[in-house]
Design a protein around this ligand. Sequence first.
Ligand SMILES: Cc1cc2nc3c(=O)[nH]c(=O)nc-3n(C[C@H](O)[C@H](O)[C@H](O)COP(=O)(O)OP(=O)(O)OC[C@H]3O[C@@H](n4cnc5c(N)ncnc54)[C@H](O)[C@@H]3O)c2cc1C
Length: 385
Amino acid sequence: MNMQSSYPEIREAVRTLCARYPGEYWRALDRERGYPTEFVQELTEAGFLAALIPEEHGGAGLPLGAAAAILEEIARSGGNPAACHAQMYTMGTVLRHGSDAQKAHYLPAIARGDLRLQAFGVTEPGAGTDTTNIRTFARRAGDRYVVSGQKVWISRAQHSDLLLLLARTTPRDQVARRTEGLSVFLVDLRTAVGNGLTIRPVRTMMNHHSTELFFDDLEIPANSLIGEEGKGFRYILDGMNAERILIAAECLGDARWFIARACDYAREREVFGRPIGMNQGVQFPIARCHAETEAASLMVDRAVALFDAGARCGAEANMAKLLAADASWHAADMCLQTHGGFGFAEDMDIERKFRETRLYQVAPISTNLILAYLAEHELGLPRSY
Ligand SMILES: Cc1cc2nc3c(=O)[nH]c(=O)nc-3n(C[C@H](O)[C@H](O)[C@H](O)COP(=O)(O)OP(=O)(O)OC[C@H]3O[C@@H](n4cnc5c(N)ncnc54)[C@H](O)[C@@H]3O)c2cc1C
């Protein structure tokens, strides 16, 4: 069974929910850079955002394929799953590496929607993709850590109760390997903001709720540490396959939305006395995008199947993200072109989705870095950076 037809009941339920949040809803939020509070609330209450939390911790205990189906359907309905996708997978670090006490304290509350874990703080202005070069430092002081430094592009920090934070706990020049000496913390934003943490929104080309974080001697309890001190880089890497596969599923949803909209318009719009879709110059780009999307979908299916079987899937997760992001970006461009001038009109939603899907060429990992990974780890070429 391919992913597009997997989990039909979940897909139908997500589609029904999304139908209550049509284009006007997302357009109005886009204009004001507003947060889809009601939509996220409804998804949470329906249990969709707790899909991956095991049943023993109050979630649905579903496989990654189900989470991928949920996010794909949101994107395919014209909505923007970026408002909430992190709530699904960020908890994976707590689940895999947290203590029993942390899991018991946080996971059921996250599953119920009482606590939002929507923010994931890795990127820094001075380090970029070179994560081991981050400077944010957490210094141990008795029963606390004192955090100082700066993060950028931290999405949804103003719509989250908790932040999963990566910080250095041993300076880079004092560790044998640069991947050592980094640690992960679960920071309670409700008490941190105003007490050493300042959050500043960054306005972006799409509605993404990204922020800059400034840590100025923020004190957090020592039990905010997840797992062992110094092993945080590995913990963050562990979560990346799930994130990449889920974002790839969103890209498939976007691509399928663009293709469906282009087909509808090409059938209806008449120029020179016939539907524009009769012209091969119009239908071939749509057909090519369809082929590209279906091929990317097969790679997403493969990555999901490996992930859900507990097998290694680094290459497949990366290829799924690369191919699906390319498919959605090509479909976005094709859809805009198919609509001619009308594609630029706000109320068609195409220019909004076009801006939204462009992000996935850069985040959460840029295309070049995926290619560098494949070259080095799959093809045995020399490391290029
Ligand atoms: C809207 C948005 C939301 C985000 N949300 C989050 C979030 O919630 N949490 C978080 O931690 N981060 C977040 N990010 C950060 C995102 O993960 C990074 O932007 C992304 O990983 C790229 O890093 P960078 O922007 O620092 O680019 P840089 O690392 O500065 O790279 C710039 C360009 O150079 C290229 N490049 C760099 N090094 C190489 C190399 N060795 N070989 C070839 N090309 C190279 C890159 O591909 C890129 O195109 C978000 C970013 C955006 C834009």
